[in-house]
Ligand binder design. Structure first.
Ligand SMILES: Cc1cc2nc3c(=O)[nH]c(=O)nc-3n(C[C@H](O)[C@H](O)[C@H](O)COP(=O)(O)OP(=O)(O)OC[C@H]3O[C@@H](n4cnc5c(N)ncnc54)[C@H](O)[C@@H]3O)c2cc1C
Length: 413
């Protein structure tokens, strides 16, 4: 379908169906049934198989008309795309619709106190008892778990196999008595992630994604989707202008909850967009050393934009070459954020230590400096990205392993 045809069909469909006074969930069900909630998804999974060019038109039309689209905020996209890639027909049918309508929010239950970088060393246990998986263990750093209905969970189902082979992937309902979610407070004052304790928590047999032992391969899909997303951010935007209609009130309420854990995410990217303004406002622009560091930051940002464009072009051409694009992009975002924080510190000097609404940029600079470390950790640390790039892109020898053999015999923590 040509971009012009997409525009015509979607515009006509919206003119016939959109009503800003419809309840939000009712509207999103209509969107799903019309195939416009996730048009890039395959036709058998509520989509139309649209490519990047066609999706650009879809997004433009929604934005021009100020129409509320499918729910997108938070980790639900990680769950949705992993289910799309590995789910069976029944799972796609049951889980994808409530993700799109916003009825189900999700969280990612991967990291544990003893296994973050070494995710394959997870020791949360799942045992099949009387036709149900019984889960015991602890996860940590789980963003949005305090708002989530469901979690994507990696747990160990076989302790006698080598560690990567004994893991399975589950879709777990968090609204059950066996699951306890405890928020954690960060050094920037926000509390966007949590500890999640599972004590005899239950997962229905049909809610295992893929087959037993396939957990590591499926987790790799989730992680690669997550790493590609570091350039894009997780907030879903509300329509630019205030609009009349009850649906906008419901949508704003939904976004206030779903976006809350991500309110500091622009700051963890280092706020390079504020560097020039701060340099001009403070006169630091006249300092040759600051200018040098600013130039370094700008050239890094430009190089990252070009690399992202090149990765998108390779993807569009249908090549397999894109595999490490997520790791390279994520490492790039981390280096840029740190350089930006360095420049902000040079510009602000001792004032950078002041926080609160009467400090630089109403507290945004102070928040940036204590938020930037997160980007080098979340979704796999810088060192892990370097390992992936060196082994899978540059073909360097693999790290020496001390963890082969049955998982139960491996030294942990
Ligand atoms: C903002 C944020 C949001 C997050 N959200 C989630 C979430 O929603 N769900 C979730 O499951 N997790 C989440 N995490 C957790 C994140 O995935 C882990 O923190 C991360 O994988 C690192 O694990 P770790 O903290 O256990 O550090 P460790 O693995 O203990 O690493 C400690 C240090 O050792 C280094 N290191 C470890 N192994 C190697 C190696 N092989 N080679 C070289 N260096 C190494 C690391 O680079 C790091 O510097 C989040 C983290 C952050 C910061």
């Amino acid at each position: 379908m040509s971009p012009e045809d997409v525009r015509k069909e979607l515009s006509e469909w919206l003119d016939a169906n959109w009503d800003p006074n419809r309840p939000l969930i009712e509207w999103r069900n209509i969107l799903v049934d019309g195939g416009w909630a996730a048009a890039s998804w395959p036709e058998d999974s509520y989509g139309r198989g649209f490519d990047v060019r066609q999706m650009a038109v879809v997004n433009d039309v929604f934005s021009e008309k100020g129409i509320v689209g499918a729910a997108q905020a938070g980790p639900r996209r990680l769950a949705a795309e992993t289910i799309l890639a590995h789910g069976n027909t029944d799972q796609k049918k049951r889980f994808l619709r409530p993700i799109l309508t916003g009825e189900h929010a999700w969280t990612q239950l991967f990291s544990e106190p003893g296994s973050g970088s070494d995710l394959a060393g997870a020791s949360t246990k799942a045992e099949l008892i009387d036709g149900k998986w019984i889960v015991n263990g602890q996860k940590v750093w789980n963003t949005s778990a305090h708002h989530a209905d469901w979690g994507i969970l990696v747990a160990r189902t076989d302790w006698d196999l080598p560690k990567h082979q004994g893991l399975s992937y589950f879709l777990i309902n968090l609204k059950q008595s066996g699951v306890e979610v405890r928020p954690l407070k960060q050094m920037n004052g926000h509390a966007s992630f949590n500890e999640v304790f599972m004590t005899d928590a239950e997962v229905a047999a049909e809610d295992m994604l893929g087959t037993e032992g396939e957990g590591w391969a499926i987790a790799t899909t989730t992680l690669s989707i997550e790493r590609q997303g570091f350039a894009r951010g997780r907030n879903q935007r509300s329509p630019r202008e205030a609009k009349e209609g009850s649906i906008y009130v419901e949508f704003a309420e939904e976004l206030a909850i779903a976006n809350e854990p991500y309110s500091w995410y622009p700051q963890r990217e280092g706020r390079p967009d504020l560097v020039m303004k701060r340099a001009m406002d403070t006169g630091a622009i006249n300092d040759p050393v600051v200018r040098q560091e600013m130039a370094k930051l700008m050239s890094m940002s430009r190089a990252a934009q070009l690399a992202a464009k090149s990765a998108a072009a390779i993807r569009k051409a249908g090549s397999n070459e894109v595999v490490p694009a997520g790791s390279i992009g994520k490492l790039g975002a981390s280096v840029i954020a740190r350089q930006s924080a360095h420049v902000h510190t040079m510009i602000s000097g001792a004032d950078a230590m002041l926080s609160g609404s009467d400090s630089a940029e109403a507290g945004v600079i102070a928040e940036t400096l204590v938020s930037v470390p997160a980007i080098s950790i979340a979704g796999g640390t810088d060192e892990i990205q370097k390992n992936i790039i060196s082994e899978r892109v540059l073909g360097m020898p693999k790290e020496q392993r001390m963890d082969t053999g049955p998982f139960r015999d491996i030294k942990r923590n």
